[in-house]
Design a protein around this ligand. Sequence first.
Ligand SMILES: *[C@@H]1O[C@H](CO)[C@@H](O)[C@H](O)[C@H]1NC(C)=O
Ligand SMILES: *[C@@H]1O[C@H](CO)[C@@H](O)[C@H](O)[C@H]1NC(C)=O
Ligand SMILES: *[C@@H]1O[C@H](CO)[C@@H](O)[C@H](O)[C@H]1NC(C)=O
Ligand SMILES: *[C@@H]1O[C@H](CO)[C@@H](O)[C@H](O)[C@H]1NC(C)=O
Ligand SMILES: *[C@@H]1O[C@H](CO)[C@@H](O)[C@H](O)[C@H]1NC(C)=O
Ligand SMILES: *[C@@H]1O[C@H](CO)[C@@H](O)[C@H](O)[C@H]1NC(C)=O
Ligand SMILES: *[C@@H]1O[C@H](CO)[C@@H](O)[C@H](O)[C@H]1NC(C)=O
Length: 847
Amino acid sequence: MAASPPLLPLQLLLLACVCGVAAAAAARDTLQQGESLTGAATLVSSPSGVFEVGFFPPDPKLPSRLYLGIWYRSMSPRTVVWVANRAAPATSASPSLTLAGNGELRVLDGSAKDAPLLWTSNTSTQTAPRGGYRAVIQDTGSLEVRSDDGTLWDSFWHPSDTMLSGMRITVRAPGKGPSEQMRFTSWTSETDPSPGRYALGLDPSNSGQAFIWRDGNVTIWRSGQWTGQSFVGIPWRPLYMYGFKPANDPSLGAYYTYTASNTSLQRFVVKPNGTDISYMAKKSSQEWETVWMQPSNECEYYAKCGANAKCTIEQDGKAKCTCLKGFQPKLLDQWNAGNWSQGCVRSPPLGCEVNQTGDGFLSIQNIKWPDFSYWPSTEGDENGCMNACLNNCSCGAYVYLNTIGCLIWGSKLIDIYQFQSGGYTLNLKLPASELRSHHAVWKIITVVSAVVLFVLVICIFLWRNHGRNIKDTVHRSWRSIHTSTRAEQNSGMLDISQSIPFEDETEDGKNHELKVYSLDRIKAATCNFSDSNKLGAGGFGPVYLGKLPGGEEVAVKRLSRKSGQGHEEFKNEVILIAKLQHRNLVRLLGCCIQGKEKILVYEYMPNKSLDAFLFNPEKQGVLDWRKRFDIIEGIARGLLYLHRDSRLRVVHRDLKASNILLDTDMIPKISDFGMARMFGGDQNQFNTNRVVGTFGYMSPEYAMEGIFSVKSDVYSFGVLMLEIVTGKRAVSFHGQQDSQNIAGYAWRQWNEDKGEELIDPLTRASCSLQQALRCIHIALLCVQDHAQERPDIPAVILMLSSVSSSLPMPRPPTLMLHGRAVDTSRSSERDHSHSIGTVSMTQLHGR
Ligand SMILES: *[C@@H]1O[C@H](CO)[C@@H](O)[C@H](O)[C@H]1NC(C)=O
Ligand SMILES: *[C@@H]1O[C@H](CO)[C@@H](O)[C@H](O)[C@H]1NC(C)=O
Ligand SMILES: *[C@@H]1O[C@H](CO)[C@@H](O)[C@H](O)[C@H]1NC(C)=O
Ligand SMILES: *[C@@H]1O[C@H](CO)[C@@H](O)[C@H](O)[C@H]1NC(C)=O
Ligand SMILES: *[C@@H]1O[C@H](CO)[C@@H](O)[C@H](O)[C@H]1NC(C)=O
Ligand SMILES: *[C@@H]1O[C@H](CO)[C@@H](O)[C@H](O)[C@H]1NC(C)=O
Ligand SMILES: *[C@@H]1O[C@H](CO)[C@@H](O)[C@H](O)[C@H]1NC(C)=O
């Protein structure tokens, strides 16, 4: 310590120069038994030299404090991923790392054999294997002690603060005592690697959730339950696309494996202030870019609002707590003073608590489910799950999800976050009185609004008699939509209204009449939005069947007011769709804007949506091969119109089976433009922070980096094609051991020349085998990882219409095939016409 620090670098330099050994050692990756690494010498991983092991001073102000670490060799400043002697820095000029004869790695504070011991891997074995031990640094970043018999010790089992691809995230630390947990522990500060206050690990009670703790046992953040694609608390970042996959092992319990895609260096770090950050390096730039951060807002801090309350983020970015329906603050004074730690209590009690019947459930949307759920083993379906909760008086809520089954909570619901969009539904148990009063309030609102409407209608009537006609009114309301959209310049997006002159001629040359309906008329047509008229729930609200006085049937979409997506999406959808006219797009007939009601009126499709046929065992048979192929072609034509022919270049962003409606002749019509975006002249892609869409259909670059383009629609189209050909849902593949999704599954079958088995057995008899296989082939081209490699829609249509032209070989969807070796040699053998070179993920980024 007393040795003069300024001289140190020189000493190291001298050491490195004088000892030729050290210079020669610069390129080796292995430390043999009995050897040691000293001074400035390092080991470099092979064959690519991604990582380097050696001693480093993390704090430039204290250059004499040295730690043994692993860092990225090419990154500057030094990015350290693992530190051995975290708690005990070396202070002598030449600390050393030695591999003892018993396989133990030791860090000594000096080069002599009897120098003070700073750190040991604690893996002494009695009998040395033949050939001895060696320590090897791998290109993955793991330092392993091995013999010919296998691995004795691995730095990946004992992480510091960084999670790297290839690690397993287990509850218990492998090779340690049963009470020892595997945790990623932060540094104390950016320049001090000693163990800090924060740690990330899996819930020791095996709920499959990840936690960040402070000071060992205070929970700061919770990932939420695994849903098959991601964690509930991180709905917009489907982690399976980053390579997360759950697994189980009797000795380790439930754990996750993490295998990043090859195209980007990626790491997750627990920072000294307790945020867990994922970084991604772009190959071209050699810089780290923050991809995400948790917790990123107040509501993401654990139990922010106490029990039975939910947290929402207000317009101003501040967190707001509210009691769940049927609950009230436990300590009103404290609650009013902004101390929510005591949370809320039930009032009135549940029926089952006071010998009354009639308890029921209220579905709350966009939720990060509360903590402490459990899986009742027996409940096989939604109904069973609901009954299990109903029949147990201490059950407070339930959820049923196809991918994971039934989840049930006790009477204390802790850590609920209500997102603006996304998230999951929670079914909250309430007594009959709460459910009824819900309806009563609605009745009052309905009556009041009916009175107001009546007055309004009279006013309009009088006003009209003042010499103006109703068309003026229509015009005015359109102008107001028009101008307010113009005012809300969306960052980076081209304002849709600017480039569409109002009442422009539509594509077919005719002036499309858009009607504005009164709320009364809509109510009359839908029997006052009665449940019996409900057709289903679209992206932003329920859809009803309406019968206009002339007998014309229409679909009425009532945008939900609480969706939080209201105005922007509404204007977007109206202005956009009003201009889009194509045989394969659903037609907008009119709209209704009255008070807070925002309603869209579409042409009615009696056959409902494609998924109602494709995945319904009773109706599947209706779609023979001919019809399915026509549907594929129809969707492609609709997309062609959106992407190219409509002059506007619209990206749909939420193409999926439930958004394809079928008319009486089974002609497909693309619907639901709530998320569509328009592109300007030279723009080819956008980057958005708000990733919205549907799992299974989202392209990797969109799901992971928020980048979307016409090629992300192509990806969704590819998935849709696979669904149509196979008759299987894209999402039903999640959770299966051997395949992560439909794309990976199809690619493997196809690559093994088992494409025929993919075809829906119901259509095998009626189908043209060649045509069906060609469809699979085209679909596989559409679901390739890299947007550049996917064909555009004009090319897809060309491929669909020709029977003989040769198609390029699709690349395997590697981003989905985690942990499974893909036989690429075979595919390159068959690769005759592939002309597109490897495109790295980085080029997708237009920055
Ligand atoms: C090695 O074992 C000793 C005693 O059991 C313990 O104090 C020490 O923390 C262990 N070191 C490591 C790196 O696990
Ligand atoms: C957390 O651990 C500390 C020290 O081990 C202990 O004093 C404290 O009671 C624990 N807190 C909780 C909430 O378990
Ligand atoms: C990862 O990339 C390297 C070079 O870019 C390549 O040689 C290697 O085969 C790739 N690995 C996988 C699993 O794709
Ligand atoms: C924690 O540190 C990171 C950078 O290291 C920063 O981006 C983040 O905002 C910090 N979080 C808090 C809560 O201070
Ligand atoms: C909130 O109230 C609890 C007691 O109910 C108290 O222990 C805690 O210190 C209070 N927190 C704040 C920030 O006032
Ligand atoms: C409910 O009924 C049971 C038996 O019928 C009775 O023992 C219990 O006191 C009743 N509880 C209440 C709150 O009325
Ligand atoms: C009822 O729910 C509680 C709390 O969730 C649970 O502990 C208990 O095992 C359940 N009882 C039955 C019979 O399922």
